[in-house]
Design a protein around this ligand. Structure first.
Ligand code: HSE
Length: 400
């Protein structure tokens, strides 16, 4: 089977490498040999064997009837969307790692694939190499999904781990993440939570079979977390992580991205560094957890190539994926219940005690002009109302 790869960046070169390295095993599983006929990129790569298959124009690829599967690993919505749509309409299956594309146009592209009896597959778009899309579509189908909560962004988890382990401030840890090549070109996509937002939008759309508009997901990143917050979390026996969460409570679905302090008994407590992990709660299965490399050349390529193999095994058969274009109306998070960690000016202790049901107080050496406390579980809107009456230095959701 001939395939084409759009984009010869980190993931694209990884896909070519994985297909070459595991050629025989892939052929066994796909029931035929898989060869890269074209790689599309605007650049030249002198000295790289990819030059033998490199092309600079998409029509050469999309009009070649021999090409059955197109791998889209360019990233960004355009021109990826135009290319992918045209490929599907021409009867080719598409495998992508592009979370922006999937979050925005997933429902439409899946519908085109269904109508044309081809496949639109996107295992690598969430959690990099971790299998999570296929489990949601094919393994956890007997359950009603009650909750998905994940550490979906490796860069922010790396930054938070560095801040915890080495007492670094956010800016210094970000600089180190950029030097190591973890943070993407625009750090805002990672540190402001936009990347995690697109990923939880995809998982929520798949879990409930409807389109979640990612623009409607309340999204908070980690830029306001300081080294002092991390020391307080330590003192409480907790750890701060950035979570993408969706929850179904009766018939209401909530989704949000926010940092949270979790206690050492939480299943995601030990997920550190660039690793990702996703906890899924089913109403009959209970909890199931997925852990692994959420980014990087070969782990991401591994997930993309697994989709190519699936596409090879399902030629002229559409793999059913439940995700219609019907809009899923998210419930406002103000009625969600959470614990809160709050830092307040020292003189307001009595006032805080009157306003909140407090689970625990915590003080830090060197921070005499303030104190912190952990609330019992309360509604977000009640928290906002009470917090307005105090001089809050910082507040973070918590699950201790
Ligand atoms: N910037 C992303 C991360 C890459 O840090 O997890 C994978 O989507």
């Amino acid at each position: 089977m001939k395939i084409a790869v759009l984009g010869y960046g980190t993931v694209g070169s990884g896909v070519v490498e994985v297909i070459k390295r595991n050629y025989d095993n892939i052929a066994k599983r796909a029931r035929e040999e898989i060869d890269v006929k074209y790689v599309l990129d605007l650049r030249e790569f002198p000295g790289d064997p990819v030059m033998d298959v490199l092309v600079h124009d998409f029509p050469t690829i999309v009009n070649d009837p021999e090409v059955k599967v197109i791998v889209e690993v360019m990233g960004g919505v355009e021109p990826a969307y135009t290319f992918v749509k045209e490929a599907l309409l021409k009867g080719k299956s598409v495998c992508t790692s592009n979370k922006e594309l999937v979050a925005k146009h997933g429902a439409e592209l899946l519908e085109i694939a269904r109508q044309l009896n081809v496949n639109f597959l996107f295992e690598a778009s969430v959690g990099g190499g971790i299998p999570i899309i296929r489990p949601l579509n094919q393994s956890l189908t007997a359950d009603e999904i009650e909750e998905i909560t994940g550490i979906l962004n490796g860069t922010t988890n790396y930054i938070l781990s560095k801040m915890k382990d080495e007492g670094m401030e956010f800016e210094d840890a970000l600089k180190e993440a950029q030097e190591k090549g973890y943070a993407e070109k625009n750090p805002a996509a990672d540190v402001e939570g936009y990347d995690a937002c697109r990923k939880i939008a995809i998982l929520t759309s798949l879990a409930y079979g409807m389109q979640v508009q990612y623009e409607e997901i309340p999204t908070e990143g980690i830029t306001k977390i300081t080294a002092t917050d991390i020391r307080y979390a330590d003192a409480l026996g907790g750890s701060i992580k950035l979570f993408g969460t969706s929850k179904k409570v009766q018939d209401k679905v909530y989704a949000y991205v926010a940092p949270k302090i979790i206690g050492h008994k939480h299943p995601l407590y030990s997920v550190n560094g660039v690793f990702n992990a996703i906890l899924v709660r089913g109403n009959v299965l209970g909890d199931v957890m997925f852990y692994g490399s959420g980014a990087g050349k070969l782990p991401t390529a591994s997930a993309v190539v697994s989709d190519v193999i699936d596409a090879a095994k399902h030629q002229n058969v559409n793999i059913m994926q439940l995700w219609s274009s019907k809009k899923l109306n998210l419930e406002a998070t103000k009625t969600l219940k959470n614990q809160f960690f709050v830092r307040v000016a020292a003189k307001e202790k009595e006032k805080a005690e009157k306003l909140f049901d407090i689970a625990e107080f915590v003080t830090l050496g060197g921070q005499e002009d303030e104190f912190a406390f952990l609330t019992e579980s309360m509604m977000e809107e009640d928290f906002e109302e009470a917090a307005k009456q105090l001089t809050v230095i910082n507040s973070i959701r918590a699950e201790m």
